[in-house]
Design a protein around this ligand. Structure first.
Ligand code: SF4
Length: 656
């Protein structure tokens, strides 16, 4: 098979005119996958940086990689590319397992453009031959809100999914389709995620564990507020392997695996995914099961204030976490039964660990748990359930709540100013596990308040995000700010983009999550809890960013990166005849993302929060890098600036 042999089929749906067309791209357009397409469209065709973030020109690109539909496992993520209302530059977000049904529509990606004034549900399907059909259905905002409030005893994204199951039962059955939806948070805030719950059509119910979200950066808010779309239901009867039977060639896959891993594909996959399945050494598995015993006292707690605490106190919190937070999960999910599921594609890693019906992952649970001063697992389950139902990004929600709690704790806010009737227990020194219930109750009020927006401060955060809200609050409460000597942004933690953009870190105590990189909020960085010279750190982060680009661009689940990274180059060549050097390709595309950020006025900027600078200083101290410990104690501001500048400079050089 020669080059230029594949066609990347893209469905453009115009939500203004309710029309659609198919365009085909390929290697000649430099398009190997969904991110390539998203970058090209935003940068060269729609020039979305010129417009408002919620302009219809902020096209919503959702696509799969080239390897779905064959014998490879973990290649069925859908990737969303959009301009983020948070970072204000391009953002990439992934949703697990959804391409397993999406691929049957015969398209590789859908691009949503235009804007519908009435909320839209878009049905996409195809027959065996790949003839595509698109239907536009409207739902009034009133009816939508009614459904969100309660449909069949469910709320938010769960209710909407159930409603779609009933309303479009025939379509879903016929096409084995899976809905992708947004929740109330997408309608009301900039923090809305994209959710997809798989459907067990025989049981007429939502499939256990097979729920995922593309959460960071506000993709749901863009889909709704820029285009008026609340759901896509995608399926069909097309077989992607009809495009290329090599996708089914197990001998070929095994031979590539033997070449790079020295063993057949399935054993190589099995070795590389232990952490996510079951680690016999730790007696647990999955991100939640493994991260606590692995990172121990380095786990972020109390709005990242753990970085100011002694190791002894952090270890005390760690013990509390293991006893009240980790153990109840582990007993039921690993000791009593094996409630492990996949994300919607038949994957033997079954990384979705389900506790009494609720899928448990590290980041959403730590965000709604120890980060906000809740150390009782059951309380966190209740919170994550509501946050998910409302369609929020749980990580961002954890940052918002913990920031508010910290502000109350330090006297920058009074509880009633955010609709609360009492203070939080947020002093890590006197903290006791029984305060969890109280904190959880207050957190729930904030979560709901962000949707109801009947409170001025919460409305501000819902619509503008932490960074802009902080500036407005600095002015509103200027007396407190000057008395306490801390601004609102000083107790928040994020990487800054341009004058307005920001991204809060995924929950690791690491410089890599807030360092000057063009995409944050994913794993396109070195996120180990470690410290190095800025040059070294930038190099390792950049290297990781390019590899993660390729993983996402191939629609690969990153839990499979252990085997996939080494095989990817051969897979593209042997299956699709693509001879492009992948790292060179990723670098070229990353450069384009940087170019977009410049045009959008959203390049990485030096930290404007004290806590971000303190994170760098504290991890340098923790790791004990003497040169930097000295610098930070002599002049913390200057040291932080030097580290940031040198990191930034290194990235500039690497991008040349
Ligand atoms: S590792 Fe988990 S998320 Fe990834 S493909 Fe397998 S089941 Fe899905």
């Amino acid at each position: 098979m020669g080059t230029m042999s594949y066609k990347y089929r893209v469905l453009f749906v115009n939500t203004s005119s309710k029309s659609w067309e198919i365009k085909e791209y390929g290697l000649k357009d430099d398009i190997l996958g969904p991110i390539d397409l998203g970058v090209k469209l935003h940068l060269e065709e729609y020039e979305s940086w010129k417009y408002d973030v919620f302009s219809p020109n902020n096209v919503f690109v959702l696509g799969r990689g080239l390897f779905a539909g064959g014998r490879l496992i973990g290649v069925h993520r859908l990737i969303a590319i959009f301009r983020s209302p948070l970072t204000r530059s391009l953002h990439v977000s992934a949703i697990g397992g959804v391409a397993y049904k999406f691929m049957r529509s015969g398209i590789h990606a859908v691009v949503v453009e235009g804007k519908s004034s009435i909320p839209l549900i878009i049905l996409i399907s195809s027959n065996e031959k790949g003839d595509i059909d698109v239907k536009f259905n409207e739902i009034t905002l009133n009816r939508l809100e009614e459904v969100y409030r309660n449909y069949d005893g469910k709320e938010g994204v769960y209710a909407l999914t159930k409603y779609l199951m009933d309303e479009y039962e025939e379509f879903i059955k016929e096409n084995n389709a899976r809905p992708i939806v947004v929740g109330p948070s997408a309608i009301k805030t900039i923090h809305g995620a994209l959710f997809s719950l798989d459907i067990d059509i025989k049981r007429k119910s939502i499939a256990l564990g097979a729920e995922d979200s593309a959460a960071r950066g506000g993709p749901g808010s863009v889909l709704f507020q820029a285009h008026g779309v609340v759901a896509l239901i995608v399926g069909g009867r097309y077989k992607p392997s009809d495009d290329n039977p090599k996708l089914l060639d197990m001998n070929l896959i095994d031979s590539i695996s033997r070449k790079v891993h020295g063993k057949d594909y399935i054993p190589a996959l099995s070795d590389a995914t232990t952490k996510y399945r079951y680690n016999p050494k730790l007696g647990t598995g999955g991100t939640f099961g493994v991260n606590y015993p692995h990172y121990r006292d380095l786990i972020p707690t109390f709005a990242y204030n753990m970085m100011y605490l002694s190791k002894a106190l952090r270890l005390k919190h760690y013990e509390m976490i293991m006893k009240y937070f980790w153990k109840p999960f582990n007993v039921e999910v690993f000791e009593k039964a094996k409630s492990w599921y996949n994300c919607g594609e038949p994957c033997p890693v079954v990384c979705k660990k389900v506790w009494r019906g609720k899928k448990v992952d590290y980041e959403p649970f730590n965000a709604m748990g120890p980060l906000i001063g809740v150390f009782l697992f059951e309380k966190t389950v209740e919170l994550v359930d509501v946050v998910d139902a409302l369609g929020f990004d749980a990580i961002e929600m954890g940052h918002i709540i913990s920031w508010i709690f910290d502000a109350i704790h330090r006297g920058l806010l009074q509880p009633e100013e955010v609709g609360l009737d009492s203070k939080t227990f947020f002093d890590p020194i006197s903290y006791d596990v029984r305060y969890s219930e109280h904190n959880a109750k207050l957190a729930l009020k904030i979560v709901r308040g962000l949707i109801e927006k009947d409170n001025e401060v919460l409305k501000l955060i819902a619509e503008k995000g932490i960074r802009e809200a902080a500036r407005i609050l600095d002015i509103k409460f200027k007396d407190r700010v000057s008395m306490i000597g801390l601004r609102f942004e000083d107790i928040a933690i994020y990487g800054s983009f341009g004058n307005r953009g920001y991204m809060t870190p995924n929950l690791y105590w690491t410089p890599g999550m807030i360092a000057p990189l063009f995409i944050l909020g994913r794993y396109w960085t070195n996120y180990s809890p470690t410290f190095m010279s800025p040059e070294e750190y930038a190099k390792s982060s950049f290297e990781r960013a390019l590899k993660e680009y390729l993983i996402d661009n191939a629609g690969l689940c990153r839990f499979h990166r252990g085997w996939a990274e080494k095989m990817l180059q051969d897979l593209y060549r042997e299956i699709w005849g693509v001879n492009v050097n992948l790292i060179v390709h990723a670098k070229k595309m990353y450069k384009k993302i940087a170019e977009y950020s410049k045009k959008a006025g959203a390049i990485p900027m030096f930290w404007d929060t004290k806590k971000a600078k303190d994170l760098i200083a504290s991890i340098a101290t923790e790791i004990g890098i003497e040169e930097w410990v000295k610098k930070f104690s002599a002049n913390p501001e200057e040291a932080a600036k030097e580290w940031w500048d040198r990191f930034n400079k290194t990235i500039e050089i690497l991008l040349k």
